[in-house]
Design a protein around this ligand. Structure first.
Ligand code: GDD
Length: 374
């Protein structure tokens, strides 16, 4: 099997005709007012099924189009296809998520109904999975891939900018694509899927942590029948979706940032309380203890509210004891590392050793709080 399917064009599909798609395949197709496109799409899938001897099921996830889609599927008479009419929680991505929940076969393909995605490329997608990729995209943006010539400049630019914005999330060249294949078992790697808008493929890549993404070049053909439902409003939802995905992908980095910020604020609280108590004449030893207690409490409350906000439902007393316990061990680590640096590098200013000690203590505190306390 070629290992370089990643970004290079594969053999033309005609030359791969002898490939048998060994795994039974579920194809999930979101549909909304696609009655005219359904028969030609199902006919092309039937040809593919026969040619490659595919054990196939096709799920058309329809948002109650009432345009004859149900009748169109019935009249085609293919026993491997069925249409599911959805009346709640409408939208392309949710329709796909529901379809994935109904799919029975180990490998899943998702594609549009409007014939813009060539079904004949499905064996190439499966080949990419079989040669080790976790996720295979029918891609417009790898060598050999293309879009119809009448894609205006602004649609092209729009698509490229959207792709660029997703770059920190995945290396894929066409993560916006709605034509892709993956192993259904990999869905278990996502705690949840909650896409907004159209980009269900990107959602699956990020939430399932799929790193190994292959791309098979396709020609994206503009639909001939019916209308695109990709409105400006849907495109704005992409920004909201991106924000969620960034927070998800870089969650440890951002929550560590919040933890560190709360820690800095705690230092300010500590110094303010200490100065105020000493100023009113409280003995220093008592003032230091009180400042530590108050700053620890404020750190706990802020971390519980923001850094680990997801754990707000837990018992406060247990969490507080865990927090204090973890931070006490963190303080000992801070102390030991600081002394270690002082003895290993006596020429360094003691403040540098202290900062290194604080760094280690903070990382320890963060990890124990993240994984054991909240
Ligand atoms: N169930 C359901 N509900 N299906 C929907 C809905 C909806 O609200 N909106 C659209 N669909 C279906 C359409 O019927 C079609 O099969 C598919 O989703 C894609 O919708 P289009 O409206 O045709 O999208 P497009 O061609 O403009 O967008 C294409 O390009 C994007 C990248 O530029 C699609 O391929 C997208 O998947 C892709 O992300």
């Amino acid at each position: 099997m070629p290992a370089e399917l990643d970004t290079k064009p594969t053999e033309p599909t005609e030359r791969l005709a002898e490939i048998r798609v060994r795994s039974p395949l579920s194809i999930v197709i979101p549909t909304y007012k696609e009655a005219e496109n359904i028969p030609p799409l199902l006919d092309r899938l039937e040809r593919l099924r026969v040619e490659h001897e595919i054990d196939l099921e096709v799920l058309l996830m329809d948002d109650d189009s009432r345009d004859g889609s149900v009748e169109a599927v019935r009249d085609c008479g293919y026993d491997w296809s069925r249409i599911v009419v959805r009346t709640a929680d409408r939208g392309l991505s949710q329709a796909v998520v529901d379809g994935l929940g109904l799919a029975r076969h180990p490998v899943v393909v998702v594609m549009d109904a409007d014939l813009s995605h060539p079904p004949e490329k499905i064996p190439d997608l499966i080949l990419a999975l079989e040669s080790g990729q976790e996720f295979a995209i029918g891609s417009r943006y790898v060598p050999g891939g293309s879009t119809d010539d009448d894609w205006g400049f602004f649609r092209w630019l729009n698509s490229r900018v959207a792709t660029l914005l997703a770059r920190p999330l995945t290396d894929a060249h066409d993560p916006m694509a709605g034509f892709f294949a993956f192993r259904r078992a990999d869905l278990a790697r996502a705690k949840y899927l909650n896409p907004v808008g159209y980009k269900i493929g990107l959602e699956i890549i990020v939430k399932c942590g799929l790193e190994n993404v292959g791309e098979v070049p396709i020609r994206f053909t503009d639909r001939v029948r019916g209308q695109s439902k990709l409105t400006f409003r849907e495109q704005l939802k992409y920004l909201k979706h991106l924000r969620r995905l960034y927070i998800y992908k870089f969650r440890y980095l951002s929550s560590f940032g919040q933890f560190a910020a709360v820690g800095l604020l705690g230092l300010v609280v500590n110094l303010a309380i200490l100065s105020a108590l000493v100023w009113v004449g409280v003995p220093e030893a008592t003032a230091v203890a009180a400042a530590i207690a108050v700053s620890m409490m404020s750190n706990f409350l802020l971390n519980r509210r923001f850094t680990f906000g997801y754990a707000r439902g837990g018992r406060v007393s247990t969490q507080f004891l865990g927090f204090v316990g973890a931070c006490s061990i963190g303080a000992l680590i801070n102390y030991a590392v600081t002394l270690g640096v002082i003895s290993a590098r006596p020429s360094w200013p003691v403040q540098v050793a202290a900062v290194i000690g604080v760094g280690f203590g903070t990382i320890f505190n963060y990890l124990t709080n993240q994984f054991l306390v909240f």
